[in-house]
Ligand binder design. Sequence first.
Ligand SMILES: Cc1cc2nc3c(=O)[nH]c(=O)nc-3n(C[C@H](O)[C@H](O)[C@H](O)COP(=O)(O)OP(=O)(O)OC[C@H]3O[C@@H](n4cnc5c(N)ncnc54)[C@H](O)[C@@H]3O)c2cc1C
Length: 392
Amino acid sequence: MLKKPPVSFEDTSVAFSSRSDEELRRMHFLFSGMSKEFLTKIGTFFVKTALKLKLPVKSVIKNRLFKQFCGGETLSECKATVEGLARYRIHTILDYAVEGESNDKSYDDTLKKILDSIELDAQSQEISFSVFKVTGLGSFSLLEKIQKGDELNDEERMAFARLRERMDIICKTAFEKDIRLMIDAEESWIQGAIDVLVYEMMKKYNKSKAIIYNTFQMYRSDMSFNLQKALEISLFENFILGAKLVRGAYMEKERRRAKELNYTSPIFSTKNETDEAFNKALEFCVQHKDRISLCCGSHNEKSTYHLIALMENQNIERHDDNIWFAQLYGMSDHISYNLAAAGYNVAKYVPYGPVEAVMPYLFRRAEENKAVTGGGRELEMVKREMDRRFNR
Ligand SMILES: Cc1cc2nc3c(=O)[nH]c(=O)nc-3n(C[C@H](O)[C@H](O)[C@H](O)COP(=O)(O)OP(=O)(O)OC[C@H]3O[C@@H](n4cnc5c(N)ncnc54)[C@H](O)[C@@H]3O)c2cc1C
């Protein structure tokens, strides 16, 4: 670690420079509620029930929760958000956050949305990446079957061919338009099948630079090994490895399943171990920077400072195109805005989609906000900025 990092996340005037007083008050209201577990639970229950009963709550949700964490309901609605971020040198990763049904129509709709967002990326200077989840394009249970090594029937083989084709269309379009593409990591019991598809795409489209990025969930105890293995595959197959490092979003679900099915959980048993593995993985990627393009997807301040220190120690330029920092829209602005102001490459995942369809994503954010960076960090920063603005 550097004694004095070249950037500090404490400057709330930079962190909230894009927020009006009114927006700041709204954030205070929202994060205060989210910091209390029982309020999050009651709020989630109320919203779910109201939507189920078709009560007229959409505008309230849109103005409160949705606006904080999403870019808009459509791509054109996201324009203002994208431009707003760009004014502060923050790039956008457009994320179609709708968790659709498991059928071909829904998968084809998602494919179209992703292609539309790549098209928008290609026309814009402010958007740098697109992103998708493989389960948005094909069946979860099919991926599970493939990972288990079960034999597929004809129908399943055809469904798998369609999934692979949808992925190929997206990756090829991204390659032709020179847009980078993140592929999200999902549950461990399908991730092996996802990896195979992703490396197949990297082999085709990452020949001279990283267009496609796989995601490495460092809360998994086997992930450091997987990262090393991925580098070996890339060397053997002669492609550049795109690596987005995250800690991982499915910890409870992973542990629950492992317990139910009586196998050892793939997740580290302590947060410390996850943190250590994450920071070691950053070191590994920086050490192999000539072969790995890195995206550090984290709200953790220590890990972010760690990557900054690694870059300083190796004299890597702050705007080196092979190292990116990324956070989710509406979260950890104190990290994103201060990093961008200091000249680092920063991007925000900006989810979009119809309010009702994006709700599962928003519930996860509400849940996660209790845990992110020690619970009240988000709220603490908002309070400090309010204090600075209103009590001087
Ligand atoms: C740009 C971006 C992209 C993302 N993409 C994905 C993705 O593709 N797939 C995905 O799964 N997640 C993804 N995430 C979410 C991510 O995995 C984390 O859930 C989230 O960012 C919180 O982790 P953190 O690094 O910000 O830091 P922190 O808030 O410091 O860490 C919290 C995380 O630490 C881990 N953890 C907590 N307690 C323990 C414990 N007792 N034992 C072991 N580990 C523990 C969990 O992973 C938890 O989410 C993404 C996040 C970002 C910012």
